[in-house]
Design a protein around this ligand. Structure first.
Ligand SMILES: Nc1nc2c(ncn2[C@@H]2O[C@H](COP(=O)(O)OP(=O)(O)OP(=O)(O)O)[C@@H](O)[C@H]2O)c(=O)[nH]1
Ligand SMILES: [Mg+2]
Length: 248
C-alpha cells in the first residue's frame, strides 16, 4: 500500500499548485480564485523509490453548514480519513486567518500526523513572518513555494518520514488487466456527477444543483463483475461562444 498524503487548507492558498508539483503534472486546475477546487482529486508521485498517493481538496470550511462549501467539507473530511499524513497548507503572505484556526482545531482533535506548511514563501526570510503560524498549535512551520519549487522536497521528506513505512520497490504491481475507461460528458447540470455517485453507491463526487459544479476532471476506479473501470467525471460543456470565464 502506498502512503496517502492529503492536502488541506482554506481556499486559494496553493493546494492545487502543490498537488501539481507533487505529481509532476498539470492535472489540477489552478487560478487566483478562491473556492476553485471542488472534488477530492487523487494523483501519484514518488521521491526516489518511495511512492505515494496525494489528494488535492477544495478550500476547507470545517464548520460550513449549508451550500456547496458543506459538500466540499465532506469531501475534505473523507480525504483526511483516508490519509496517512495531512499536509495543512497556509498562506505565508496572508498570515494566519480565522479559518486557519478552525482547520487547526479540527486537525488537532484527530490523532493523525499533520504537517504545517506555509506556501508562497519564495524570497521570504524565515523567522518573523512565519512565527505567527506557531499559534495554530501544530508545531513547526515548513516554508515552501509550490509555484517555484523551493522547500517542496524537504516538506515531502518530512511527510514521508512521519509514516515509517517500508520502501515500495519490492511491491509488485498487479498484472495489467484490461481497464475500461468511461468518460461521462454533457452540458452543465444534467446530472453527470449524480449518475456516477449512483453507480458507485456513495457520494464520491460533489453533486450540487449549480451549473459548473465539477471543475477538475476526476477519475474514479471502479470494479463490477470482475471488470475494472475508470469512470471519469468531467466539467459541463457549453458551446464555445457561451464560455466566458477563464476557469471554464
Ligand atoms: N506567489 C506564489 N503564488 C502561488 C504559489 N502557489 C500558488 N500560488 C498562486 O495562488 C493562487 C491559488 O493557487 P491554487 O493552487 O489554485 O490554490 P488552491 O489552494 O488550490 O485554491 P482552491 O482550490 O480555491 O482552494 C494561484 O494564483 C497560484 O498561482 C506560490 O508558491 N507562490
Ligand atoms: Mg485548488
Amino acid at each position: 500500500m502506498k502512503p496517502v498524503i492529503a492536502l488541506v487548507g482554506r481556499p486559494n492558498v496553493g493546494k492545487s499548485t502543490l498537488f501539481n508539483r507533487l505529481t509532476k503534472s498539470r492535472d489540477a486546475i489552478v487560478a487566483d480564485y478562491a473556492g476553485l477546487t471542488r472534488d477530492r482529486h487523487y494523483g501519484q508521485g514518488h521521491l526516489g523509490n518511495r511512492e505515494y498517493i496525494v489528494i488535492d481538496t477544495g478550500g476547507f470550511e470545517p464548520d460550513a453548514e449549508s451550500g456547496i462549501f458543506k459538500e466540499m467539507a465532506k469531501q475534505t473530511r473523507q480525504a483526511v480519513a483516508e490519509a496517512d499524513v495531512v499536509v495543512f497548507v497556509v498562506d505565508a503572505r496572508a498570515g494566519v486567518s480565522a479559518q486557519d484556526h478552525d482547520i487547526a482545531n479540527y486537525l488537532r482533535r484527530l490523532s493523525k500526523p499533520a504537517l504545517l506548511v506555509a506556501n508562497k514563501a519564495e524570497g521570504m526570510r524565515e523567522g518573523a513572518q512565519l512565527a505567527e503560524f506557531y499559534e495554530l498549535g501544530l508545531g513547526e512551520v515548513l516554508p515552501v513555494s509550490a509555484a517555484h519549487g523551493q522547500g517542496v522536497r524537504a516538506m515531502l521528506e518530512a511527510a514521508l518520514d512521519e509514516l515509517h513505512l517500508p520502501d515500495a520497490d519490492a511491491e509488485a504491481e498487479a498484472p495489467d488487466e484490461r481497464v475500461i475507461r468511461l468518460a461521462v460528458a454533457g452540458r452543465p447540470n444534467v446530472g453527470k456527477s449524480t449518475l456516477i455517485n449512483t453507480w458507485l453507491g456513495e457520494e464520491r463526487l460533489v453533486a450540487f444543483d449549480l451549473p459548473g459544479t465539477t471543475r477538475d476532471a476526476i477519475t474514479v476506479d471502479f470494479e463490477r463483475n470482475g471488470q475494472r473501470f475508470q469512470l471519469i467525471d468531467t466539467a459541463g460543456l457549453r458551446r464555445k461562444g457561451k464560455v466566458f470565464e477563464a476557469i471554464e
